[in-house]
Design a protein around this ligand. Structure first.
Ligand code: ATP
Length: 202
């Protein structure tokens, strides 16, 4: 899978429909301070399922919606789409029948986010696993935030291991294991309750 296009509408400093074509090789974005270069990287992270507003340099997730300027009003929605080239058919099985996948996240003020893949509504988790299985995602070490190098130097070994696991593409498996463990614990609790009830009625 390759990223081929990034589309923004109403996200941070991009109130109008904006589309970036990511060609093979190196893509560089240059511009004066404050023109929105970091916002583009944040858009990429956001559409891949980032759920921490702090990682978006915001004080609430609604802050990623264009907040208005002296010449135009604020918007009520933000939408980012990432178009993936899937001609090599490396997407997870549930998404793997199309040559191109368009992953969209749309946020409506005070109503939270909705995710879609090729127009079909999916869970945030499906999107997060789609990217985790492809060794990328909102927390991929390939996306380097401002200040992140310093954090890495000061990180504990457990945090460094998480970065290596993300790079090795196994963080999706960890997340599935965690979910399975939670279900197992819930089933064990239910069994204990059944035992209690049987004890009371017998
Ligand atoms: P630098 O080179 O200094 O790191 P940059 O090009 O990376 O700058 P960003 O940090 O991406 O710039 O963008 C900052 C700009 O985005 C600021 O002008 C800020 O006001 C604007 N901005 C951030 N959030 C919003 C929002 N919700 N609505 C409108 N503008 C926003």
């Amino acid at each position: 899978m390759k990223f081929s296009r990034l589309k923004l509408l109403g996200f941070k400093s991009f109130p109008d429909s904006t589309e970036l074509h990511l060609k093979s090789g190196l893509t560089g974005i240059v511009g004066p301070n404050g023109c929105g270069k970091s916002n583009l990287v944040e858009a990429l992270r956001w559409v891949m399922g980032e759920n921490s507003y702090k990682n978006m340099r915001a004080s609430g997730m609604d802050d990623v919606i264009f907040a208005g300027s002296s010449s135009r009003p604020a918007r009520n929605t933000a939408e980012v789409s990432l178009v993936l080239d899937n001609k090599d058919r490396t997407a997870p099985a549930i998404f793997n029948k199309d040559d191109e996948l368009e992953v969209t996240r749309r946020l409506e003020r005070e109503h939270g986010s909705v995710y879609r893949v090729n127009g079909r509504e999916v869970r945030a988790r499906d999107v997060q696993l789609l990217f985790a299985d492809a060794s990328t995602g909102a927390h991929s070490p390939a996306l380097v935030r401002q200040g992140q190098i310093g954090e890495l130097i000061a990180a504990k070994p457990v945090q460094r291991r998480a970065i290596l696991e993300e790079a090795a593409g196994i963080s999706g498996l960890h997340s599935r294991r965690h979910e399975a463990e939670l279900r197992l614990r819930a089933a064990e609790n239910n069994l204990e309750r059944v035992d209690d009830i049987i004890g009371q009625v017998s």
